[in-house]
Each structure stands twice: as structure tokens, then as C-alpha cells.
Design a protein around this ligand. Structure first.
Ligand SMILES: CC(C)(COP(=O)(O)OP(=O)(O)OC[C@H]1O[C@@H](n2cnc3c(N)ncnc32)[C@H](O)[C@@H]1OP(=O)(O)O)[C@@H](O)C(=O)NCCC(=O)NCCS
Length: 310
């Protein structure tokens, strides 16, 4: 069946969203989220975004990009580029469409100085942290055949909050921390400056950006919690709807139960606000072990993949 490939155009949005939801049922997207995270991303460049057209219909889509603007402390990430999403209509697969599109996007990225492509740890507008090893096994095989290799595994995790409780042992630990001057509280505007300062020093990338965004939207946001040592902010956690994170404490105070204390208080606040479940999109390494200990189970396994050019 014959097809042609061209750059994305504004009128394509409805068809692309419909095809997206057909091809990626685990990662459905609304039209407005598509607009917000694709076209309104300051790094969006239609020269890196393609559709395939077959029988006058859009049958494939791919989005690739690199930074044109620095992203908080993460900066420009020069030499790095991302392919954040791609899919082909089921009736049009195994005809080389994805191969043709990905080659075009690799050329576009190379012309923009990219030496390494990731799929896809792009902050803040990633859609899926990496290739979903269970739901997108076909894509994994496709990328392997195109020379992409594993960068690392990341996991989505979650749990029900209906049966949530804190053990007596944990409560004793929290009391001990309180005696040592630590506490956890729901955010109040009087913490704003101290919180932002803590984040700028300890987590100047995405955590700082999330706090800024949420507090700009609502300077009294009660979906943020802070850990305090006396009056100093030493930890931050955040949730939105049932999605937990980001989350981080000052590493100097690690290893004494402050992380669990902040986590448990955050869950209490989520429950007070009527949430029945908790999930997080992406974790890895030691953080994954921590979440496992506090009762979260792996929901999805992803592999972030990369390809390096000489
Ligand atoms: C992954 C996907 C885009 C591939 O599209 P496609 O147009 O069929 O890919 P191509 O025809 O260019 O495939 C090229 C090569 O990839 C490999 N490949 C692709 N699909 C494969 C499959 N189902 N099994 C084994 N290998 C496969 C093969 O090496 C293939 O070459 P071959 O056909 O000569 O054997 C498509 O399967 C898809 O849309 N999947 C769902 C969406 C998705 O998971 N996206 C990733 C998350 S963003």
C-alpha cells in the first residue's frame, strides 16, 4: 500500500489524537493535553514532527525534538535529542513506515547537533518514560532493529490507599525524629521562600519547576508538603490528583526515616482529600526499593533506550 510522509500541520491534530488513542490505549491523550505538551512545548519544531498519509488518512505519527531553550538547571542538554512518541496504524505496520519516519527524524536531530537520541526521558513533556516492555514489545523489537540499546529501566508503581496504615514501629521512629526537631506539615504560604530556596539548592531541575508551577497556579497549594528541621525546609513532596511525586529530602538528613515520615504524611493528606489510590509515573534504583518497602507495587516496566552517533 502506498503512503507518503510529510511534516505535521496544525489541521492534523484531531486525526493524530484519534490514531494515538487507537495505537496507545494505555497512554490515551486528550486534545488539550496534546496541544499543551506537543505544539505548546517551546522546543516543538514541526521539522521534527511527521505524519504518514495513506489512502488520504493519517496512518502514522512521530515526534522528535531537542532543546532550543534551557530548562531550569538542566540547561540545554546540548547534543541530546528525544523521540517522545511514535506509532503506526495496525493495518499499516511491517511496511517500513516507522523505519522511514525514524530515519527522517534522526537526520533532523543530527542537523541540530544531536549526537545521542533518547526514548524518552525528556523533561517535562515526556508521555511514556521509556518503552513499555509489556504493552509495547513490538516497538522494543523495532528499536532494537534500528540500533537502539537499553539506557536504563524505570518503573511506574502504585497502591490502593483504602487499607493504608502506619505500623507502631514507624510511629515510634517518627516520634524520635520529632524529638530531634523534625516535623512534616502541609504547605502554607509562609514557607514559600524557604521552600524555593531549598529546592534551588538541592533539586534545581524538575522539582523546582513543579513547585513553581503549582504555587503560581495556587500560592496556598495544599498538595505540597514540607519537611522541616526546626524552621528550615529539608524536604518536599507533591501530589496532583492520585499521582504522587516528585519527592525529595536533603540528603544530609537521609537514612533516619525522614523520607518515610514525609511519605506517610503525604499519603494522609491524599486520603483527607478523598484519594483512593496512589501512583507514580517513574522511579528507579534505590527509590524503587523505598517505594517497594512502603507497599507500592510495580504497575509498568519501561526501558529508556538510546542511540549514539559518532
Ligand atoms: C513499533 C511500530 C511503530 C513499528 O511500525 P512499523 O511501521 O510496523 O515498523 P517497520 O515496518 O518500519 O519495521 C521495521 C523493522 O522493525 C522490526 N519490527 C517491527 N515490528 C515488529 C514486530 N511486530 N515483531 C518483530 N520485529 C518487528 C523488524 O525488524 C522490522 O523489519 P522487517 O519488517 O523487515 O522484519 C508499530 O508496531 C506500532 O505503532 N506499535 C504501537 C505503538 C508503540 O508501541 N509505540 C511506541 C511507544 S511511543
Amino acid at each position: 500500500m502506498s503512503y507518503s510522509i510529510r511534516q505535521y500541520q496544525a489541521e492534523d491534530e484531531h486525526d493524530v489524537v484519534a490514531l494515538w488513542n487507537l495505537c496507545l490505549p494505555r497512554d490515551e491523550i486528550s486534545l488539550n493535553t496534546f496541544r499543551r505538551k506537543v505544539v505548546l512545548d517551546p522546543n516543538f519544531d514541526s521539522r521534527g514532527c511527521y505524519v504518514a498519509v495513506g489512502k488520504k488518512k493519517i496512518v502514522a505519527f512521530l515526534l522528535s525534538l531537542c532543546r532550543h531553550y534551557p530548562y531550569f538547571d538542566v540547561g540545554m542538554e546540548r547534543g541530546l535529542g528525544w523521540i517522545t512518541v511514535f506509532f503506526v496504524h495496525p493495518d499499516w505496520r511491517r511496511q517500513g513506515i516507522a523505519t522511514t519516519i525514524i530515519e527522517k527524524s534522526e537526520r533532523f536531530l543530527a542537523q541540530n547537533g544531536v549526537r545521542e537520541i533518547h526514548i524518552s526521558d525528556y523533561t517535562p513533556n515526556y508521555f511514556i518514560p521509556g518503552i513499555d516492555l509489556d504493552a509495547h514489545a513490538e516497538a522494543h523489537r523495532f528499536l532494537r532493529a534500528r540500533g537502539y540499546v537499553k539506557l536504563r529501566n524505570v518503573y511506574s508503581m502504585g497502591r490502593s490507599l483504602i487499607d493504608f496504615s502506619v505500623s507502631k514501629e514507624m510511629m515510634d521512629r517518627f516520634r524520635q525524629l520529632e524529638r530531634g526537631g523534625f516535623s512534616v506539615t502541609v504547605f502554607e504560604p509562609r514557607y514559600t521562600l524557604r521552600l524555593l530556596e531549598f529546592l534551588r539548592t538541592n533539586y534545581p531541575g524538575d522539582l523546582y519547576r513543579v513547585a513553581l508551577d503549582r504555587l503560581r497556579e495556587n500560592p496556598e497549594c495544599d498538595e505540597i508538603l514540607v519537611a522541616l528541621r526546626d524552621d528550615k525546609v529539608v524536604g518536599f513532596s507533591h501530589f496532583e490528583e492520585e499521582r504522587f511525586g516528585p519527592f525529595g529530602i536533603d540528603e544530609v538528613y537521609g537514612g533516619r526515616g525522614l523520607g518515610p515520615m514525609l511519605y506517610y504524611h503525604t499519603v494522609e493528606q491524599m486520603r483527607k482529600k478523598g484519594k483512593h489510590n496512589l501512583w507514580l509515573a517513574w522511579t528507579t534504583g534505590r527509590a524503587k526499593d523505598f517505594y517497594h518497602k512502603v507497599g507500592l507495587k510495580v504497575l509498568r516496566r519501561h526501558e529508556i533506550m538510546k542511540k549514539v552517533f559518532d
